[in-house]
Design a protein around this ligand. Structure first.
Ligand SMILES: Cc1cc2nc3c(=O)[nH]c(=O)nc-3n(C[C@H](O)[C@H](O)[C@H](O)COP(=O)(O)OP(=O)(O)OC[C@H]3O[C@@H](n4cnc5c(N)ncnc54)[C@H](O)[C@@H]3O)c2cc1C
Length: 413
């Protein structure tokens, strides 16, 4: 059977794939989005829902060395490694540790910042076309609340760094934190408000609303292989079909590296497992995402009285079952901080796609420039999806900024 010809195929219907497909459609391209499940049902479903345009400090930084013992030996620290998986994780871990120094962190911070500066411009035109999605955004800033003097002290270097980079932030004392979020009274020693940040009251619904113009252009299937050929790039799916495309955008989140490997490109994409617990509340306890910094999760008020506490990191295999010790840790901390008696109603685990330098891979593949990469957004995929879609569309039109070359996968060779 002759494969159907397509102009652009986007693989993956998470935040990033949806935004790429929308930007390409705006540029007048014929786009097919391939996704086996509901849209935004994986990592783009269960995150902390913040547009964290201030989040330029990569988790790969020099402070990791001081935290290495707790990372390796405490199962209750916010960042843990599953010991039995260390042999498998070692190649990624070694590359990651290679980025944990001042020089590399500075480069990576600047690379993230350049993308973060495009957070809102990357979404604006998409939101103009979808008032339903825009209605799910709440603009109240995000709050960091330090719960210990030691934590506040450790946070000062990052506060100074953001200051030097011109990121808008207001440093607060304990009373000012409590004025913003009364439930945090007595629970903090100070904090930082990021006034430009927003949050989304329901991320899956938000991306599904944004994706409405793609109706009729979505194929429900799992891509098995991507094979560049003379007359196009062949995309084979698990339903037996093959699509031939002029260009392919690979935006399959944590699953992207295995598809890149199907046409011979090895990219050191790792997975940071993250968790959430949700409480169904009678009354809203917080009005904005609030992060008790030392615990490494956000507590975000969502639509329908839900409070979601999302965050922490576990390095393990995607195949390992959910680690309930992680969700119990988050649940207990939230109940303590918010004086909640009720148990959590739901628990979830998702896979953040993370490169060792914490910078996404964006732009043409080295193997074949007709395949473009858009993955590896680690803790920032909701924030950066719009900006990524815009850059990928710019790339296809030959109007991408020169600096986009720094985001190529070739930086790992
Ligand atoms: C606990 C937690 C909290 C977070 N909080 C925030 C936050 O507050 N702000 C923020 O900006 N980011 C946050 N993130 C990160 C953010 O959620 C991710 O970076 C983002 O969702 C990644 O989007 P994506 O589209 O790349 O991947 P995904 O959402 O995982 O989408 C990838 C899609 O590809 C599809 N796919 C996979 N394989 C194939 C295949 N073979 N063929 C076709 N399709 C395929 C999958 O089904 C999936 O739908 C958080 C993450 C976690 C885990």
């Amino acid at each position: 059977m002759t494969p159907r010809h397509n102009e652009i195929v986007v693989i993956g219907g998470g935040a990033v794939g949806i935004a790429c497909a929308l930007w390409l459609r705006r540029d007048g391209h014929q786009v097919t989005l391939i996704e086996p499940n509901a849209l935004a049902a994986e990592c783009s479903f269960g995150n902390a829902s913040t547009l964290a345009e201030y989040g330029c400090t990569p988790i790969a930084n020099a402070s990791v060395w001081g935290r290495l013992p707790s990372l390796l030996f405490s199962q209750d620290s916010p960042f843990v490694v599953r010991w039995s998986r260390i042999p498998q994780l070692m190649p990624w871990l070694l590359r990651f540790l290679g980025q944990c120094n001042t020089h590399a962190a500075k480069t990576n911070t600047h690379r993230l910042l350049r993308l973060l500066e495009r957070t809102y411009s990357g979404y604006e035109p998409l939101l103009e076309a979808s008032p339903e999605a825009a209605a799910l955004i709440r603009r109240r800033g995000c709050l960091y609340a330090y719960t210990t003097e030691q934590g506040m002290q450790a946070g000062r270097a990052e506060i100074a760094l953001r200051e030097s980079l011109g990121i808008e932030q207001e440093v607060l004392n304990a009373n000012q934190v409590a004025d913003l979020e009364p439930v945090m009274a007595g629970q903090n020693v100070g904090g930082v408000l990021f006034p430009r940040s927003c949050h989304i009251r329901n991320t899956q619904q938000f991306f599904q609303n944004l994706a409405a113009p793609l109706q009729g252009s979505i194929k429900r299937a799992r891509v098995q292989r991507v094979v560049p050929q003379d007359h196009g790039v062949a995309v084979s799916c698990d339903d037996g079909s093959t699509l031939l495309a002029d260009r392919v955008v690979l935006a399959a989140g944590a699953w992207s590296a295995q598809l890149a490997a199907s046409f011979g490109e090895r990219i050191p994409l790792g997975v940071e497992r993250g968790f959430h617990v949700e409480f169904d509340l009678e009354e809203e306890l917080l009005t904005r995402p609030t992060c008790p910094v030392e615990s490494a999760f956000y507590m975000t008020p969502l639509e329908g009285g839900r409070l979601r506490a999302a965050g922490t990191v576990e390095l393990a295999s995607m195949r390992d079952p959910i680690n309930l010790r992680r969700t119990n840790y988050i649940e207990e901390r939230v109940r303590q901080i918010l004086h909640l008696e009720q148990p959590a109603s739901r628990r979830w685990m998702g896979f953040r796609p993370t490169l060792p330098d914490c910078v996404p891979v964006l732009g043409p593949s080295r193997q074949d420039p007709r395949v473009l990469y858009a993955f590896g957004h680690q803790h920032l995929g909701i924030t950066l999806a719009g900006a990524t879609g815009q850059l990928i569309a710019d790339c296809i039109h030959g109007r991408a900024p020169q600096w986009l070359d720094e985001y190529s996968a070739s930086r790992f060779t």
